[in-house]
Design a protein around this ligand. Sequence first.
Ligand code: PLP
Length: 343
Amino acid sequence: MGNNEEDYIPYGTQFIEEDDINSIVSVLTSSNLTTGPKIVEFEQHLCHYTGAKYAVAVSSGTAALHIAMMTLDLSPGDEVITSPLTFVASSNCILYCGGKPVFADIDRETFLLDLNDVERKITKKTKAIIPVHYGGELCDMDGISYLAQKYNLKIIQDCAHSLGSEFRKGNKQGEYEGQQVWSFHPVKTITTGEGGAITTNDISTYNKLRRLKTHGITRDSSQFKSSSPDGEWYYEMLDLGYNYRITDIQCALGISQLKKIGRLIKRRREIVLEYNNRLRDLPLKTQRTPDWCIPVRHLYTIHLYNNQKRKQVFDYLKRKKIGVNVHYIPVYWHPYGKIHSFK
Ligand SMILES: *Cc1c(COP(=O)(O)O)cnc(C)c1O
């Protein structure tokens, strides 16, 4: 990314065809550039695809995480457990809401949350868990749901990497309790440019998310606090919300991308097989797929044990014009995390 040379291979990129372009152009010449029919249509397709009852499309995955976390009504000092091996947005949403991120360890083979350590980190102040489906490999959601029930915790799945991944027993990510957060940044499975969504099966969470993405305002009379609205012009602001709206232009692209997700997934799987074959005999460790998961890979991670080797491999690949990244620098290693003494 950020390199225009033609022979450079970015670590991830969008896949845009003629029909994607046409879908955008047709919105540009329609009467709604934003808050029109394409948003609703995209949300319906997302529900169908993810297995959730309700979807709220927003301006980014980070915005989605923020308002998902807001629905939990954290009090100062409340703790939320997540993975340190993730993009900073997964835990920043806890800080936006005045909570305290607590990092549980990951499993050395799957790079996903280690549920034994999650359970060890649960305290009286723990309110929620944010499992991150790192690289598109799915966390043990049955195990996490069990812990959530046992300790009365909420779950917000960070599904930014995992659109298309499935559980072997046939259930879908959107069928679980709590909320699922998706990202449509260009490196993710499908793109809307910038964009994200929350899916859920809970109607009151859905209603609150819809308000929070647009200033906390509702025009739905069933949600009004006033018993006698004056007339049809009436609206109420019930929460302190934001402008996290996504546009119809973006959602038209999202609809068009979702139609071809089968092909996008097939291509990702071909690339994974190619890497598996070519790297098989090298002294590397790669991410192991857990037994319960049929993944759509977002990342192909190699684990190098030694920083010196990592730098050598990184520099070598860059010289070969192959765009690699470190996914990720552990969140609590960052200066901000140190200042605020994340544990
Ligand atoms: C991409 C990503 C996000 C944030 O999504 P944006 O759409 O870029 O805001 C959150 N969590 C993880 C793990 C991500 O990879």
